[in-house]
Ligand binder design. Structure first.
Ligand SMILES: [Zn+2]
Ligand SMILES: [Zn+2]
Length: 82
């Protein structure tokens, strides 16, 4: 698939030139990371998988794309590059 088309994760348009994930075409790079790794709370071991009774998930009040960027930035330590 060639951009533009809607991202399979966040449903926002992937524009030509947007960073995509080579292993998961169809996603923004950040969204592929989020789809594979789970919410930031899971990546940081704050979710119910690790903390009994935790309701931490994607941060409330932001878009799926923004939540994905948080995961990708956390993993890559390269803010703004996805
Ligand atoms: Zn996306
Ligand atoms: Zn979890």
């Amino acid at each position: 698939m060639k951009p533009p088309f809607p991202c399979l994760w966040c449903e926002e348009t992937i524009a030509p030139g947007d960073l995509m994930h080579s292993a998961l075409p169809g996603y923004h790079y950040a969204c592929a990371m989020r789809a594979m790794l789970g919410p930031i709370a899971h990546v940081q071991h704050r979710c119910s998988c690790y903390v009994s009774g935790s309701e931490e998930h994607d941060p409330p009040g932001i878009t799926k794309r923004q939540a994905a960027r948080i995961v990708a930035d956390y993993v890559n330590q390269q803010p703004g590059k996805n």
